[in-house]
Design a protein around this ligand. Structure first.
Ligand code: ADP
Ligand code: MG
Length: 678
């Protein structure tokens, strides 16, 4: 049976539930629950000396409290001290407030001073009942991150209780000296209760050595747990797939082009990994259009030339089918037996495909999630390729892993991961990077055009298509309603069809059946369609080199990764490519920043780095975040030097001092660590 309180001191069930919402389930968590900022409540300022803009504390007596109704309902309180009078306003209040502020009662009020209509005032000051003789605190007051219904004073008391016990050091003193970092206990106590003379600006900027120590410890815990997971994986055994140079060679020779240097490098890394007797977990990243597909296909050939099967998975049916249609003719000519499994296939067809896969009569199976969520299984799966990995959840990755013996896995991502992110959150994976585009690409020109000039854009599309080109028209993303999004796409299609009678205009959206989608895409590919109106379903992986113009409506609503992906659909042939971003005013601050980035930059890595700056790692990592504890103290931009040190130390620590590693992980990740073992 679990004790009533998960802490070493009594905590009510209700409070414990609120603490759990903050991720605080043991004493050690409270110790590491550090303040957001601090307030100086050690001084009283006479009302006469208050200045607008200043945050200050006054000791004052209530003269009058009443509810006003104009300009809106609020509680106004007039207070005074020996030097002057101050107005207070509370917009959210309860009847109990009115009772509390009895004339003659004495309080301390703490807040920002503003020049009001009738002299100086504070809006929503914090307050506590206190007389002239109530002692002032002698330390700065910490303000903690909290949750609804859990007040600062309760939280402060709980943290103080947890801090009564000594805090043990996890790292040897020599290491700290070498790293130039202070001791853990001193750092933690300083941050909870900085002495009065602390430079608040330095503390708040997180460059203070105490913060650096915590950031380092957190990064070290992450490095330790991911590196340990990676080592553990290396201790698992699986069928090695050494290069036989048979299928891989004929495949390379059959390609209409030579591999780029970057593709060759990535391919070598993968090929070497596959030959190992433990399962590969490699991420192949490269910008949109950098040619990841052939590299993945080569990996499949290496599995197949060893007599095993491979699975090629994509997040959408369009994409999975495109991979199949593109690779199948090439591969069947080499004697590779391909199959295609789709959620929208006829049941009988799907069953037949699964039977063939299970009987080992298929070498390479293409499909979507369905491929590995369905009950079907492979006769001897050696390699799973997961395209656009960032769109799959962690759980799906795991589901695949647990099916039969562990196959090798190659994950691909066209959302480039900035180096620091790869070093931190992806430290359990090996990473290959294709950092070069195939030759002969013309750079994409990006234009930002206000929606007011939409007619000009339509005219331009007309011109380009009549001159033999093709174009995409991407309809806005409407997050609130898929139905509305569909409607918008249909309306846009109808409007453009009416406006541009000379063009053959197609429509593709997520609600079409797979064979309908495929028919439209095939027609576009065959240039039976000039202009393709699409929802964001074409975001990923579609490849039509003759399409060199793209219009994206309501670009201000889309994220950077999405815009970059969409834009990557053009610029695939030798034609000069243009991407027109239509935006509608007013544009929010964040949207403006995004549009500026996408306008100025074309390099996916740089765009991802800016995205990281704008949004933080949580959103950039998408589904992966659900499985991994986020960094609370470390900032990957600011603390890159610490990250590098943590990575080096993690290696050393796991190899030579596993007991230190264990202690450190336990302190920082506690019960959460199990989640990172992917
Ligand atoms: P992505 O990395 O975005 O998945 P793809 O694999 O779809 O890119 O490749 C984009 C296009 O580039 C495809 O048409 C592919 O055939 C072509 N391609 C790939 N590698 C080369 C190369 N080395 N030389 C010329 N074209 C290439
Ligand atoms: Mg691709």
């Amino acid at each position: 049976m679990k004790a009533a309180s998960p802490f070493s001191f009594p905590v009510t069930r209700a409070t414990a539930a609120k603490l759990a919402r903050l991720g605080l389930t043991r004493d050690a968590d409270l110790v590491l629950h550090l303040p957001l900022r601090w307030e100086d409540e050690t001084r009283i300022t006479p009302i006469r000396d208050l200045l607008p803009g200043q945050t200050a504390q006054v000791q004052a007596v209530v003269r009058e409290a009443k509810v006003a109704y104009r300009p809106r309902r609020m509680l106004t309180v007039t207070v005074e001290d020996a030097s002057g009078v101050l107005g207070l306003r509370f917009l959210n209040f309860y009847p109990s407030h009115l009772k509390l502020f009895q004339p003659g009662e004495s309080f301390r009020f703490n807040g920002e001073v503003r020049g009001g209509f009738l002299g100086l005032e504070m809006v929503h000051p914090r307050f506590s009942k206190a007389g002239d003789d109530t002692p002032l605190p002698t330390q700065l007051t910490p303000v903690y991150p909290t949750t609804a219904g859990l007040g600062q004073s309760t939280l402060r008391k709980l943290v103080a209780r947890a801090l009564e016990a000594p805090i043990s050091e996890t790292l040897p003193a020599e290491w700290l000296a070498e790293l130039g970092l202070p001791e853990l206990e001193a750092s933690i106590r300083l941050l909870h209760q900085p002495p009065l003379d602390s430079a608040l600006a330095e503390l708040e900027s997180h460059r203070h050595p105490a913060w650096q120590r915590l950031a380092f410890d957190e990064l070290l815990a992450q490095q330790l747990s991911l590196t340990a997971a990676r080592r553990q994986r290396r201790s698992h055994r699986t069928t090695p797939l050494p290069a036989q140079q048979t299928l891989t060679n004929t495949f390379t020779q059959a390609l209409p082009f030579d591999l780029t240097g970057a593709q060759t490098r990535a391919w070598q890394e993968i090929s070497t990994d596959l030959a190992q007797p433990h399962p590969m977990r490699r991420l192949l990243q490269g910008d949109v259009g950098s040619g990841k597909t052939v590299v993945a296909a080569l990996a499949c050939m290496q599995a197949i030339e060893n007599g095993l099967q491979a699975a090629f998975m994509a997040p959408t049916e369009i994409l999975a089918e495109q991979h199949y249609r593109k690779l199948e003719p090439l591969l069947s000519a080499l004697g590779v037996r391909c199959a295609w499994v789709s959620g929208s296939q006829k049941k009988s067809e799907r069953t037949a495909a699964w039977l063939a896969i299970a009987a080992g009569e298929v070498d390479l199976a293409f499909g979507t999630h369905a491929l590995f969520q369905e009950a079907g299984s492979f006769a001897r799966l050696g390699l799973a390729v997961v395209d656009e990995q960032h769109r799959f959840g962690v759980s799906q990755r795991l589901a695949l892993m647990h099916k039969g013996s562990e196959p090798h896995q190659l994950m691909m991502s066209a959302t480039p991961i900035p180096r620091t992110l790869a070093m931190s959150f992806f430290a359990d994976l090996d990473v290959s990077t294709i950092n070069e585009l195939p030759p002969g690409r013309t750079p994409i020109v990006t234009k930002l055009v206000s929606d007011a000039r939409r007619d000009d854009v339509v005219a331009r599309v007309n011109e380009a298509c009549l001159a033999g080109g093709q174009a995409y028209w991407v309809c806005p993303l409407i997050e609130e309603s898929e139905k509305l999004q569909l409607q918008t796409a249909r309306d846009t299609h109808a409007a453009l069809t009416a406006q541009l009678p000379e063009l053959r205009i197609g429509l593709v959206h997520g609600r079409l059946k797979s064979n309908e989608k495929q028919a439209v895409m095939a027609a576009f590919q065959a240039h039976e369609i000039d202009l393709l109106v699409a929802t964001t379903v074409i975001e990923v992986g579609v490849d039509v080199p003759n399409a060199a113009l793209m219009v994206i409506e309501h670009a201000e609503r889309m994220g950077l990764a999405q815009l970059h992906q969409l834009r990557g659909r053009v610029g695939r042939g030798s034609r000069e490519s243009v991407c027109v971003l239509l935006y509608q005013t007013p544009v929010s601050e964040l949207a403006r920043a995004r549009l500026k980035v996408i306008f100025e930059l074309t390099d996916g890595f740089e765009i991802a780095r800016q995205d990281l700056l704008l949004r933080g790692p949580g959103e950039l990592l998408g589904s992966r975040q659900s499985g991994l504890p986020m960094l609370r103290f470390a900032d990957l931009e600011r603390d890159v030097a610490l990250l590098e040190k943590a990575r080096d130390l993690a290696q050393h620590c796991l190899r030579d001092h596993p007991e230190i590693a264990e202690r450190h992980i336990e302190r920082w990740l506690g019960s959460r660590q199990a989640l990172s073992a992917t």
